[in-house]
Each structure stands twice: as structure tokens, then as C-alpha cells.
Design a protein around this ligand. Structure first.
Ligand SMILES: [Mg+2]
Length: 256
């Protein structure tokens, strides 16, 4: 009897282990799919339509156009404008939804800077005959120091709207700390109001997604709920710590 119970228990354990393995495998497949999408949204219940939208963006990126001239041409098309506007509109809606929920939490929006708020196309226009892998990031930094990058209006409006509603604005950028002064100068030049600027430590070479998600966690640890995380790179959005992720179009370059 006790042997039968023991055998039954062994069978039950085997079945449980098998089920656990299957669940784990399913979870891993799902997780891999989520990571492939590069979105913080799916793990937080992003609607499938938005996952489809992210997939569409990813597919679009796989068709990266080179030389840079072609990517720049795309950035002046109606499709680019619609993609950009649509992402920012979704950001507006996510803010409204969070405010309407009346959770009483301190809300925040996290935004990337380059190609999200600051438009560096004048720099890329000067090297348009080159391809993405020929971009000199030292020259790019020299351009950033000129503080000539103008704001991209849909993002500028989204951030202004957030702040007008009492939602804090935090910038999380891959720009190195050594560019802090010129970056603040560039933001002030165009009257961009914000509450915090998180930059990559000088010499830091970790993945952008690792660096940026750690900063978002810091923001959450201060007591904020990040209602929107917006950027032009999937690495801006990977790693969680954001209720709503908005991917902006950028075919000029890709950052891991
Ligand atoms: Mg960017």
C-alpha cells in the first residue's frame, strides 16, 4: 500500500516535473519572443495590436537602407511622419489613461534624446554618401557639442503635455556624461523643461538596454511609476520598467 502510494507519488512528481518543464519551455519561448521584439510592453500586458505594431517596426528595421542618404530620404516621407505621430499619440493616450486611473502615484515619462527628441539629421546629411557602419561617432559627438540639434515636434509636444499634467519628464540617454553641459545647453536653447537627465558614464560600454533599464529602475525606486517610455531604438525599450513603450522610426543607425 505504502509502496503503491510511493509509486503514485513518484508518478505524480514525474508528471509535475514534465508539466513544469513544458511550462518553463513555453515561458522561455515567450520570453525569447518578447526579447526579440525588444519591447518592455508584452511582459506588462501590452495589447496584441501593439505587439503587432512593434513587430512591424522590427521588420522595417531589418530592411535598413544604406547608404545613409536613403535612410534620410525615408525620414522625410509621410510614412515616417505617420509612424512618429502615431507613437507620440499613443504616448498621449497612455498618459491620459494613467491620469484617469487616479492611482495617486507619482507618474513619469522616460524619453531618449537623440532621434527621439533631438534631431541630428543635419549631421547625417553631411555624410549621406556613407553607410551606417561608416559613421564616425567621434564626429557625431563633435556635432552634438555644437548644440544645434532642434527638437522633434511630436515628442516635444508629448513631453510638454506630460509636464503640464504633473507627469515628471526624465531623459535617459546614451550620451556620455562628458556631454552633460552641452546637452543641457541644447535643451535650454529650445526651452525643453524636464526633471532629470540620466547619461551613460564616461567610458561605460555596457549594452544600452542594460544601462537604460537600470536607470529606469532607479526612477521607479524614487517612487515614480513610468507610464511611458519612448525612444527610437529597441534598446531604449528593452528591460522592462515602463507601462507603455513607444518606438519611433529611425533607419539611419541601430544601437544595441
Ligand atoms: Mg536615440
Amino acid at each position: 500500500m505504502s509502496k503503491q502510494i510511493a509509486s503514485g507519488a513518484v508518478v505524480a512528481r514525474i508528471l509535475l516535473s514534465t508539466a513544469t518543464l513544458l511550462c518553463t519551455a513555453t515561458a522561455l519561448v515567450t520570453l525569447t519572443a518578447v526579447l526579440d521584439l525588444g519591447s518592455c510592453g508584452p511582459a506588462l500586458g501590452l495589447p496584441s495590436a501593439e505587439i503587432e505594431s512593434l513587430t512591424k517596426h522590427l521588420d522595417a528595421h531589418k530592411q535598413v537602407l544604406t547608404p545613409i542618404a536613403k535612410a534620410l530620404t525615408f525620414s522625410h516621407t509621410k510614412a515616417y511622419d505617420e509612424d512618429f505621430q502615431s507613437a507620440c499619440q499613443s504616448g498621449h493616450e497612455a498618459i491620459d489613461k494613467a491620469l484617469a486611473s487616479g492611482s495617486g502615484k507619482s507618474l513619469a515619462i522616460v524619453s531618449d534624446l537623440d532621434e527621439t527628441l533631438l534631431d541630428n539629421r543635419p549631421f547625417f546629411e553631411k555624410i549621406e554618401s556613407k553607410s551606417e557602419d561608416q559613421i564616425s561617432w567621434d564626429d557625431f559627438e563633435s556635432w552634438q557639442k555644437t548644440v544645434k540639434a532642434k527638437p522633434l515636434k511630436p515628442t516635444e509636444d508629448l513631453l510638454a503635455y506630460a509636464r503640464s499634467k504633473g507627469v515628471a519628464v526624465f531623459f535617459v540617454t546614451g550620451r556620455m556624461e562628458r556631454l552633460r553641459r552641452v546637452t543641457i545647453e541644447n535643451l535650454l536653447k529650445y526651452g525643453i523643461a524636464y526633471d532629470g537627465l540620466y547619461m551613460r558614464a564616461n567610458g561605460d560600454e555596457q549594452d544600452a538596454s542594460t544601462m537604460k533599464s537600470a536607470y529606469r529602475k532607479q526612477i521607479e525606486d524614487m517612487g515614480f511609476e513610468i507610464v511611458v517610455n519612448i525612444g527610437d531604438q529597441y534598446s531604449d525599450l528593452q528591460g522592462g520598467h515602463g507601462l507603455d513603450c513607444e518606438k519611433l522610426p529611425n533607419k539611419i543607425y541601430f544601437i544595441h
